[in-house]
Design a protein around this ligand. Structure first.
Ligand code: FES
Ligand code: FES
Length: 153
């Protein structure tokens, strides 16, 4: 079957298998920032935005996104340079495998916090990021960078 989507602002159409997951469709078509960590909906490495809201793409059927809008880390990297500088200065980036999914979540949180739709406090941010696992950093350097970027005290 064929689906039409807007990805990172570009209209695309893909031939997919009806049982295919969005993670596979995206990776097959060159969106390699979308990582396969667990493939069971547990790690957050495959997070993308679907119509502006975060989803784990390993758990979304590609057929269900026909006509919708998707944002991957490739599409927002330019707008997230300040965050990436904060990560580097905190020594938070190690293997980097978790980063594209986390980048998408931080981008979403920044928008929501700036609009006043999500509280600007540490516990709230931690709650939103509970599904983004990192096997390297121990979380503390990442947290410092995230709080600094989001202006959370
Ligand atoms: S690969 Fe999708 S949540 Fe881990
Ligand atoms: S830096 Fe390696 S998984 Fe997070």
């Amino acid at each position: 079957m064929k689906i039409r989507v807007k990805i990172n602002g570009q209209d695309r159409s893909f031939e997919i298998d009806p049982s295919e997951y969005l993670l596979d469709t995206l990776r097959k078509n060159g969106y390699m920032s979308v990582k396969r960590g667990c493939d069971t909906g547990s790690c957050g490495a495959c997070t993308v935005l679907l119509d502006g809201r975060p989803v784990i793409s390993c758990s979304v059927l590609s057929a269900s996104v026909d006509g919708h809008e998707i944002t991957t880390a490739e599409g927002i990297a330019n707008q997230m340079k300040e965050y990436m500088h904060a990560l580097a200065s905190e020594g938070a980036d190690q293997c980097g495998f978790c980063q594209p999914g986390l980048l998408v979540m931080i981008y979403y949180l920044k928008k929501m916090i700036d609009k006043g739709l999500i509280e600007r406090d540490k516990e709230t941010v931690r709650r939103y990021l509970i599904g983004n696992l990192c096997r390297c950093s121990g979380y503390l350097p990442q947290e410092r960078a995230i709080f600094r970027f989001l202006g959370v005290d």
